[in-house]
Design a protein around this ligand. Structure first.
Ligand SMILES: *Cc1c(COP(=O)(O)O)cnc(C)c1O
Length: 385
């Protein structure tokens, strides 16, 4: 089908929630994508940090095809090896408690919110200004953005939005607080790292109030920032974290991971999902988690991130650069539109990246991106000046 045929189908049949760019991709390999015309692209978005291991990683393909030919679904009324092995691997790689598997980032945060309310019945969930935690009702209620929330009121009660300031956070957390939920680096807001002081203040406030601290690592996890989980680069250990996006190596899966203290807070019958922990997604996730845990890859993420950020800072239309590892945001000089720049990068340079706001670009290539590919992307961006 041609792009215009796809667009005709979209206009007639797809509920218009997305503003798609006019490209139809048909194939991916590593850091490269190809459209239906045979044009080759450099992918510096990775499906919004889903393809951390790169497109069509041979080990993911092997795990998925093997599992798909053997068993695709039985429900959580029974045992399957991939789900239990993935739960063990996720726990051992992070907080050491127990795992609830689900199918997306929003669902992982829904599970985290229910965990918090079991921990402190009726308690409030404190979230931060500019946060993004997903589009379902609980996750949306935790996403204090007027444009996303207002049309869908009334939201879930009990969410408190707080400024990103240690003193404000200390004041917002009270004995009524069940949890503080935050992204260690706010991804959708434009790659805004939270300060060490703010994270430490969140930890202290939660400890003092008996509340739980939950990190949404849906975007920052799976090696994206140069450690398997972003919290591992901070001085703060959360009580629980959520993962999704890159967890499945390209397949849809999410997870809530707890520390020991909250391991048995959710009880039999409290939560569930038909597809959760499906054997194919879990088989893919086991491979993705193993690849993203490799120290050599994580070291590469850190140095590649430095190279990317240094190169971006040299561009005449870039005002400042922020981020960690290969989660990178570039703030553009006044008057330059990030949306227009991302559009031109795609159409003129065949470079995939996105605008997180009118003046900021986000770059998050697969973690396997080479130094040459980083230089190639920077050369594409330099030609747009
Ligand atoms: C993408 C994202 C989500 C939502 O994940 P979905 O899989 O789209 O539901 C939640 N939190 C963060 C930090 C994200 O980046």
């Amino acid at each position: 089908m041609t792009l215009s045929e796809l667009q005709a189908l979209e206009r007639r049949y797809a509920i218009p929630t997305y503003a798609r760019s006019p490209v139809a991709f048909v194939r991916g390999d590593g850091v490269r994508l190809w459209d239906d015309q045979g044009n080759e692209y450099l992918d510096f978005l990775a499906g919004i940090s889903v393809l951390n291991v790169g497109h069509c990683h041979p080990r993911v393909i092997a795990a998925v095809t093997q599992q798909a030919a053997q068993l695709t679904h039985v429900s959580n009324l029974y045992y399957t090896e991939p789900a239990m092995r993935l739960s063990a691997a996720l726990s051992e790689s992070s907080l050491g408690g127990k795992v609830f598997l689900c199918n997306s980032g929003a669902e992982a945060n829904e599970a985290a919110i229910k965990l918090a309310r079991r921990h402190r019945p009726g308690g409030e969930i404190v979230v931060l200004r500019d946060a993004f935690h997903g589009r379902t009702y609980g996750a949306l209620s935790a996403t204090p953005q007027e444009a996303k929330q207002a049309p869908f009121a009334p939201l879930v009660p009990g969410f408190v939005a707080c400024e990103k300031d240690p003193a404000a956070l200390a004041a917002a957390v009270t004995p009524r607080t069940a949890a503080v939920l935050l992204e260690p680096i706010q991804g959708e807001a434009g790659v805004l790292p939270l300060s060490e002081e703010l994270l430490a203040a969140a930890r202290r406030a939660c400890d003092a109030a008996g509340a739980v601290l939950i990190f949404d690592e849906v975007q920052t996890g799976m090696g994206r920032t140069g450690t398997l989980w972003a919290y591992q680069q901070t001085g703060v250990v959360p009580d629980a974290l959520t993962s999704a996006k890159a967890l499945g190596g390209g397949l849809p899966i999410g997870a809530l991971v707890t520390g020991a203290r909250l391991a048995d807070t959710l009880r039999p019958g409290d939560h569930g999902s038909t597809f959760a922990g499906g054997p194919v997604a879990c088989a893919a996730a086991l491979v993705a988690l193993e690849i993203c845990s490799e120290e050599a890859l994580l070291e590469h993420v850190r140095s590649a991130g430095e190279r990317l950020m240094a190169g971006l800072a040299e561009l005449p239309y870039v005002q400042s650069v922020r981020g960690r590892g290969l989660l990178v945001g570039a703030e553009l000089v006044p008057g330059v539109s990030a949306v227009e720049l991302a559009r031109r990068a795609l159409s003129e340079q065949h470079l995939v990246l996105n605008a997180t706001g009118p003046s900021s670009l986000r770059l998050e290539p697969p973690l396997i991106v080479t130094e040459d590919q980083i230089d190639e992307a920077l050369a594409c961006l330099a030609r747009l000046a």
